[in-house]
Ligand binder design. Structure first.
Ligand code: CA
Length: 477
C-alpha cells in the first residue's frame, strides 16, 4: 500500500505529458514520392547513395515485400493514413485541386492516424505534401494534425522564387488558362493556415521544419508524418546536390538522384536529432515510397520489377519499405512475408491501445508481433488492389499474384517467388489457382464503394484541355 501511495505521489508530480511520454513511443513516417524500388542503397542501388535512409533498414527491419495500397499518390496516401483500403470510401482517384469541393479528398467520417492518436495524447505534424483535399474543411489542421508545414496539392515546385501564388484559388483564377493547370505547384508554403515566405530549396525547408518539430515536442509523445514530395516531378535540384552526384551522367537521372540526396540528408538530420535528444530508443520510424517509380518521367528505377507508377504489376505497388526502433524492432533483419502501408496505422494503434471504431475496421495489422518473431504466420492471407477507372483488380496471396483486366478480360497469374519480374503468365497452366483467387478479389470488391467519391484530377485535366482549346480559338479570331 505504501509503495502504491508513493507511486501515486510521484506520478502526480509528473505532468500528464511526461506520463504519456514514458510509455508511449514517438512515431515517424518518412514518405517519399515516386521513388523507384531499386533507388535506395538497401535495395541495391549502385548509383544512388542513401546512407541515412539505409540506416533505417540496416538498424531495423527491411521489408522485401512491402506494398502500398494503390499505384498513384492520392489513393495510396489515403490508404496509409486510414489503415483501410481507400476504395471502401471511394478514394479511387487523385483528388482534383478545387478548394470549393468538399468531396474532393478524405471523407470527414474517416479517421486518419492523427485523429486516431489524438485521444491517446499524441501531438501530430504533417510536413510536406498533403493531397487529402484542399477545401478548408479538409486541411490538415481540421484532420487531427496540430501542426502543418507544407502544401495542400499533389506536387510542388522546389525553388522559392517559383512560389508566387498566395493560395490555390489565386492560381486557379488566372485569366490565361495556360497558367492554370498545375498552378497549385506554385503556391507559397503554409504553416498551419498562415502563408509564409521561404528562401531555401523545398526539401531542405521540409527537413528543417521536421527537426524543429521534434525538438519542440521532445517531451510529448508525437507523430510526425514527413511527407516529402521529392523525387516527384518537376525534376529540380539545387547545385549542391547536383554536385554530389557527378558520378551519374548529366541529365534526368542525375537530377533525380540529387533530389534523393536532399531527402537522404534530411533523414540523416532527423535521425541525428532523435539521437541528440535521447529519443532514439523511444521512436519508431517507418520509411517507404508512396508508389512505384514512373521510370520515364523522373528517371527512377524499379529494378527487376515489371511496370511502373500506375501499374498493378509489381513496379507500381511494391516499394522500398523499412522500419527502425532500436531495441524493439530487430536490427539487420530482412522480412519476407508481404506487408502493406495499411499496417502502419494498425501498428501505432496496437502499441498505444488507441481505440478503433467498430464501423470502420482496419485492413492493416500490427506488425510488431511479426517482426519480433512472436507470430511466425504471414501477417496477411491476401492483399488486394483496385483501379476503378481502368477496371483492374489484383491480389497477392502467398506467392500467387493475380491481375484481372476487366475491360478485355485478360487474366494474369504469376508466382512471385520464382518470377518476381512477372514474365511468365501461369493462368492457362494453373487456371484453378487463378479462379480461386479471382473469387476472393470479387468478394473483396463487393465490399468497396460502388463509385468513386469524387471527380478525379484526370477528369479535371480533360475539362481543362477543352477550355484551353476554346481560349486558343477565341484568340485566333
Ligand atoms: Ca507518388
Amino acid at each position: 500500500m505504501k509503495i502504491i501511495k508513493k507511486l501515486l505521489v510521484a506520478s502526480l508530480l509528473l505532468s500528464s505529458a511526461q506520463l504519456f511520454a514514458a510509455d508511449k513511443p514517438n512515431f515517424i513516417i518518412i514518405l517519399t514520392d515516386d521513388q523507384g524500388y531499386a533507388d535506395v542503397g538497401f535495395n541495391g542501388s549502385k548509383d544512388i547513395r542513401t546512407p541515412h535512409i539505409d540506416r533505417i533498414a540496416n538498424e531495423g527491419t527491411k521489408f522485401n515485400n512491402g506494398y502500398v495500397s494503390y499505384a498513384v499518390c492520392g489513393p495510396s496516401r489515403a490508404g496509409l493514413l486510414t489503415g483501410r483500403y481507400q476504395g471502401r470510401f471511394g478514394f479511387d482517384r487523385n483528388p482534383h485541386m478545387d478548394p470549393t469541393d468538399i468531396t474532393s479528398g478524405m471523407p470527414l467520417d474517416e479517421k486518419m492516424i492523427s485523429e486516431v492518436l489524438k485521444p491517446v495524447g499524441y501531438t501530430s505534424s504533417i510536413i510536406g505534401k498533403w493531397h487529402m483535399g484542399s477545401h478548408p474543411e479538409l486541411t490538415p489542421n481540421k484532420r487531427g494534425f496540430d501542426h502543418f508545414y507544407g502544401f495542400l496539392a499533389g506536387g510542388h515546385r522546389y525553388f522559392p522564387e517559383d512560389l508566387i501564388y498566395k493560395d490555390i484559388a489565386e492560381g486557379l483564377a488566372q485569366e490565361n488558362p495556360k497558367k492554370i493547370w498545375t498552378s497549385w505547384y506554385y503556391t507559397k508554403l503554409l504553416e498551419n493556415d498562415k502563408r509564409i515566405e521561404t528562401d531555401e530549396y523545398l526539401t531542405d525547408e521540409l527537413s528543417n521544419s521536421a527537426v524543429e518539430f521534434i525538438k519542440r515536442e521532445k517531451d510529448n509523445p508525437f507523430f510526425l508524418y514527413l511527407s516529402y514530395n521529392a523525387p516527384h516531378t518537376p525534376l529540380q535540384a539545387s547545385q549542391e546536390y547536383l554536385d554530389r552526384n557527378k558520378h551519374i551522367p548529366k541529365g534526368k537521372r542525375r537530377t533525380y538522384a540529387a533530389m534523393i540526396t536532399a531527402v537522404d540528408d534530411g533523414v540523416g538530420r532527423v535521425l541525428a536529432t532523435l539521437d541528440e535528444l535521447g529519443l532514439d530508443d523511444n521512436t519508431l520510424v517507418f520509411f517507404l515510397s508512396d508508389n512505384g517509380g514512373p521510370e520515364k518521367k523522373n528517371a527512377s528505377d524499379n529494378g527487376e520489377l515489371r511496370g511502373h507508377k500506375g501499374d498493378y504489376f509489381e513496379g507500381g505497388i511494391h516499394v522500398p519499405f523499412a522500419m527502425r526502433w532500436p531495441g524493439k524492432v530487430p536490427a539487420g533483419q530482412v522480412y519476407n512475408n508481404s506487408i502493406s502501408s495499411l499496417d502502419i496505422l494498425a501498428t501505432f494503434a496496437g502499441l498505444t491501445n488507441a481505440p478503433i471504431a467498430k464501423e470502420r475496421p482496419l485492413d492493416g495489422v500490427n506488425l510488431m508481433p511479426y517482426v519480433t518473431g512472436k507470430n511466425t504466420e504471414a501477417p496477411h492471407d491476401i492483399l488486394f488492389w483496385r483501379n476503378f477507372d481502368k477496371g483492374i483488380v489484383a491480389a497477392r496471396s502467398g506467392n500467387n499474384k493475380t491481375i484481372l483486366f476487366k475491360k478485355n478480360q485478360k487474366k494474369h497469374l504469376y508466382n512471385l517467388d520464382k518470377d518476381l519480374s512477372e514474365t511468365t503468365n501461369l493462368y492457362k497452366a494453373n487456371t484453378e489457382t487463378y479462379n480461386k483467387q479471382q473469387a476472393e478479389m470479387t468478394s473483396w470488391e463487393s465490399e468497396l464503394a460502388t463509385e468513386p467519391a469524387f471527380k478525379g484530377l484526370l477528369m479535371a485535366k480533360k475539362a481543362h484541355a477543352k477550355k484551353l482549346k476554346e481560349y486558343k480559338n477565341k484568340k485566333k479570331k
